[in-house]
Write a protein that binds this ligand. Structure first.
Ligand code: B12
Length: 235
C-alpha cells in the first residue's frame, strides 16, 4: 500500500520511531512530495505532540521521544528538498538562545536558507548571548538568527540585541528571531530586524534583509499578519 503524509504524521505523533522512518523512506521511493512529507507529515506530527503535551496527555518523556522520532526523518527528507539556488545570498549564524534546547526548528531554517543559497553556520543550543556576537564577528556574518521556543527564553533575544547596542555593533548585523512562541509582535517590541513563522518564510525574510526585491510581499511583510515580518523602520 502506498504511503500518505497522514500516515507519516500519525507515526510521528504516536512516537513510532522505526515506523515513521520506514514510511518516510517508502514515501521517498514512491515519489511523495518531500516538502509535504516534511510539513504536513513530520512537522504536523510534532505539532500534535505539542498539543497533547499542552493538554496534559503527553509528558516530558513523550516530548523528548518526539524529537528523536522526527530528527532521523528530517535527515532523510533534507537531501530531497528542492534547491532554489540563485548565487551566494549572504552569511547567517544561527542557534538557540540561552536555556533553549530546541534544535529541530533552527535545523529546518538552516536547510531552507542553505537551499536558497545562504551560507549558514549552525552554532548549537543553549548559547550565551555574547557567543552569538563573537561568532558573527568571527564568521563575518550578515545575519544573526536566534531560535527561542519558550516564553522563558525569548528575553535572551533582547539580551543579544542589548549587547550589540552596547558594543556599537547594532547596525552591523541584522538580527532575526523565530520559534514556536515567537511572534512578529514580540520581534517588533524588541526592535529586532525580522521574524519568520517557519523555515520557508525565513528565506524571503533574509533575502529582504540582504536588500533583495521580494515584490508584493514587501508591503505585506511590514505588517504583523504575514508569515514573515521585517522591521520597516530600520530597513
Ligand atoms: C520536540 C519538543 C521538545 C524537545 C526538543 C527536541 C529537539 N531536539 O529539538 C525537548 C524534549 C528538548 C523539549 C523540551 C522542553 N519543551 Co518543548 N517542545 C517540543 C515540541 C513538541 C516540538 C518542537 C519542534 O521542534 N517543533 C517543530 C518545529 C518545526 O516547529 P516550529 O515552531 O513550526 O518551527 C519553525 C519556527 O519556530 C521557525 N523557527 C525556529 N527557530 C527559528 C529561528 C529563526 C531565526 C527563524 C527566523 C525562524 C525560526 O522555523 C521553524 C521551522 O519551520 C513543541 C511543540 C510545538 N508546537 O512546537 C514543544 C514546546 C516548544 N516545548 C515546550 C516546553 C514547555 C518544553 C519544556 C519546558 C518542557 C519541560 N517541562 O521541561 C522543555 C524545555 C527545554 C528547554 N530548556 O529548551 C512548550 C513551550 C511552551 C511555552 N509557552 O514556552 C511547547 C510549545 C509544547 C507545549 N505545547 O507546551 N521540547
Amino acid at each position: 500500500m502506498s504511503v500518505s503524509v497522514e500516515d507519516i504524521k500519525e507515526a510521528v505523533w504516536k512516537l513510532q520511531k522505526q515506523k515513521a522512518y520506514d514510511l518516510v523512506q517508502q514515501g521517498i521511493e514512491e515519489g511523495l512530495d518531500p516538502v509535504a512529507m516534511l510539513k504536513a507529515g513530520v512537522i504536523a506530527g510534532l505539532q500534535t505532540v505539542g498539543a497533547k503535551f499542552g493538554e496534559g496527555e503527553y509528558f516530558l518523556a513523550e516530548l523528548v521521544m518526539s524529537g528523536k522520532v522526527a530528527e532521523p526523518c528530517i535527515d532523510l527528507i533534507n537531501p530531497h528538498l528542492p534547491p532554489n539556488v540563485d548565487g551566494m545570498q549572504g552569511k547567517v549564524v544561527i542557534g538557540a538562545v540561552k536555556g533553549d534546547l530546541h534544535t529541530i526548528g533552527y535545523g529546518l531554517v538552516t536547510t531552507q536558507l542553505e537551499l536558497a543559497g545562504f551560507e549558514v553556520v549552525k552554532l548549537g543550543i543553549d548559547l550565551d548571548s555574547m557567543y552569538f556576537i563573537e561568532k558573527a564577528e568571527e564568521h563575518r556574518a550578515d545575519i544573526i538568527g536566534l531560535s527561542a521556543f519558550l516564553v522563558t527564553t525569548i528575553p535572551y533575544c533582547k539580551e543579544v540585541l542589548g549587547y550589540l547596542q552596547d558594543m556599537n555593533l547594532r547596525d552591523k548585523y541584522k538580527l532575526i528571531i523565530g520559534g514556536t512562541e515567537c511572534t512578529a509582535e514580540k520581534a517588533d517590541a524588541m526592535d529586532a530586524d525580522g521574524w519568520a513563522l517557519n523555515a520557508v518564510a525565513s528565506v524571503p525574510l533574509c533575502k529582504r534583509l540582504m536588500g533583495q526585491d521580494v515584490g508584493d510581499e514587501d508591503a505585506k511583510a511590514a505588517g504583523h499578519d504575514h508569515p514573515w515580518w521585517y522591521n520597516s523602520h530600520r530597513h
